[in-house]
Design a protein around this ligand. Structure first.
Ligand SMILES: N[C@@H](CCC(=O)N[C@@H](CS)C(=O)NCC(=O)O)C(=O)O
Length: 229
């Protein structure tokens, strides 16, 4: 699926600039696989402090990854990119990632924002803090996961029977579930049983299993990044 540059060093029609353990970038790689879009993967090693020329050129405002490059034109911001992928390559209703109904779409976007602005920042605070602050962040994170579990309800996937937009956006965060448990000394299956069953269902999909890193690798890398013993 992932194509290399051709012999003349030309860029593929579709490229994804990312780092293997980037939760935001995993969304893009999963979405491309779900919709069967061949793409070239360009690794941007975030352990190197300076961003590459390509990233500076393609995302001069934020200098962040992921970046989708389509016919040489960059698309930035993972949620924006997933929506773009859906618009360009999503076919019939059943193979689209975003729900067809405008109210369901608005709901999905609301929870997407919740994942990025609540869950991600709480996760970062939890992983990087100690003592009382860490305990408070852990409590908050578990409550936020429970909120997402409420949204999931008894459905197979967030939008119903089909794997879709919110599944694509949130499943990369499950690569930190092992890290949450280790870091907070709790059992996520006890706190959020439906969410952990959803995680297992998602991981049965090739698009997800090929992209998600092992939980221990992911936690170890976060520890290095944040200087946690
Ligand atoms: N909201 C952005 C967030 C992207 C982001 O923050 N990416 C980080 C990695 S997690 C990054 O590229 N940081 C650049 C750096 O660390 O130099 C998205 O959804 O794409």
């Amino acid at each position: 699926m992932e194509k290399d540059m051709d012999a003349g060093g030309q860029m593929s029609e579709v490229s994804c600039v990312d780092f293997w353990c980037n939760e935001f970038g995993m969304r893009v790689r999963i979405a491309l696989r779900e919709l069967g879009v061949p793409f070239e993967y360009i690794e941007e090693d975030l352990r190197v402090r300076e961003r590459s020329d390509l990233v500076r050129r393609m995302n001069p405002v934020h200098r962040s990854i992921p970046i989708l490059i389509h016919h040489g034109r960059p698309v930035c911001g993972s949620i924006n990119i997933v929506e773009y992928i859906d618009e360009v390559w999503g076919g019939e209703e059943t193979t689209r990632l975003l729900p067809n109904n405008p109210a369901d779409r608005a709901d999905a976007r609301f929870w997407a924002d919740f994942i990025d602005h609540k869950v991600f920042s709480t996760q970062t605070r939890f992983i990087t803090s100690k003592g009382e602050e860490k305990d408070a962040a852990k409590e908050e994170l578990v409550q936020q996961l429970k909120s997402l579990e409420e949204v999931l309800g008894d459905k197979t996937f967030f939008s119903g029977d089909e794997f879709g937009f919110l599944d694509v956006l949130f499943i990369p965060f499950s690569s930190m579930f092992y890290g949450y448990e280790q870091h907070g000394a709790f059992d996520l299956e006890v706190e959020c049983p439906r969410l952990t069953r959803w995680e297992k269902r998602c991981k049965q999909r090739e698009s997800v299993s090929e992209v998600l890193p092992d939980g221990k690798f992911q936690y170890d890398l976060h520890k290095v990044f944040y200087g946690i013993e």
